[in-house]
Design a protein around this ligand. Structure first.
Ligand SMILES: NC(=O)c1ccc[n+]([C@@H]2O[C@H](COP(=O)([O-])OP(=O)(O)OC[C@H]3O[C@@H](n4cnc5c(N)ncnc54)[C@H](O)[C@@H]3O)[C@@H](O)[C@H]2O)c1
Length: 248
């Protein structure tokens, strides 16, 4: 199946799990060649995408480390010759009362969620401007970037900053690069599991109008839309597969 991304190369972070893995599948199904980047090996996702007939290469690295991001973008260009779409899915959270959160933990969340988005976006936009075809950036924030949440100050602050960076870049790089954002509500991934979230917080996630947790496919559909031919008049926008948790 193809949905308008034939010939495009999508650089996607966080592909080894959750929303990033689903985005890799959906972008490949839409016709894009996918270059996946993750802290853990992207091999399983690469194999699964290829088994479905897609074209995907993987790279292991840390989005918060400048040299890793520069190396990954260079390898993407060596592998696929271009870079048209960048999707910033890699993310992390730290559930912790703010008065007990260490500087190291706070900095780690901000480094992955905000600095990582900055580094991947900066290196990708450089390529999109240099090859002259422009491109798309799709950042992944969170409904919590609007709502805030007790015990998630560093996460919410980092996601609020991603919303703001999206709008600034949309203005700075128009009209050649369209920069948009997806701000999901609760989605069924390991980030919603016991390693990231107490049972009490997880239970509160369904207190939204649609009264359920969303699927990774429901977020991936929004990512593909913002990457494709249906979104040519959209920049600086945030769309929310969130069950109605936020209605801006
Ligand atoms: N799951 C939710 O309810 C939800 C809601 C709103 C927003 N989000 C956001 O969606 C994005 C994806 O989250 P998910 O739910 O799929 O989580 P996940 O934990 O399933 O996947 C996150 C992926 O990011 C990778 N990663 C983490 N730190 C990295 C780093 N420094 N460098 C490279 N890769 C790194 C992990 O290895 C993992 O593969 C995140 O930005 C998250 O904040 C998730």
């Amino acid at each position: 199946m193809s949905a308008g991304l034939d010939g495009k190369v999508a650089f996607v972070t966080g592909v080894s799990s959750g929303i990033g893995a689903a985005a890799a599948h959906a972008l490949a199904a839409a016709g894009a060649r996918v270059f996946g980047f993750d802290l853990t090996s992207p091999a399983v996702t690469c194999d699964a995408v290829r088994a479905c007939g897609g074209d995907m290469a993987g790279y292991r690295g840390d989005v918060s480390v400048e040299d890793d991001v520069i190396g990954a973008v260079g390898t993407c260009l060596d592998s696929f010759g271009t870079l048209d779409i960048a999707v910033n899915c890699a993310g992390t959270a730290n559930e912790c009362p703010s008065l007990e959160e260490t500087v190291e933990d706070f900095d780690r969340v901000v480094a992955v969620n905000l600095r990582g988005t900055f580094l991947v976006g900066r290196e990708s936009i450089r390529q999109m401007l240099s090859h002259g075809k422009g491109g798309r950036i799709v950042n992944i924030a969170s409904d919590l970037g609007y709502l805030g949440r007790a015990g998630y100050g560093s996460y919410c602050a980092s996601k609020g900053a991603v919303l703001s960076l999206t709008r600034s870049w949309a203005r700075e790089f128009a009209p050649r690069v369209l920069v948009n954002c997806v701000a999901p509500g609760p989605i069924d991934t390991p980030m919603l599991g016991p390693d990231f979230m107490s049972p009490e917080v997880r239970a509160s996630e369904t207190a939204i109008p649609l009264a359920r947790i969303g699927s990774v496919e429901e977020v991936a559909a929004a990512i593909v839309f913002l990457s494709g031919p249906g979104a040519t008049f959209m920049t600086g926008q945030t769309i929310g597969p969130n069950g109605g948790s936020v209605m801006p």
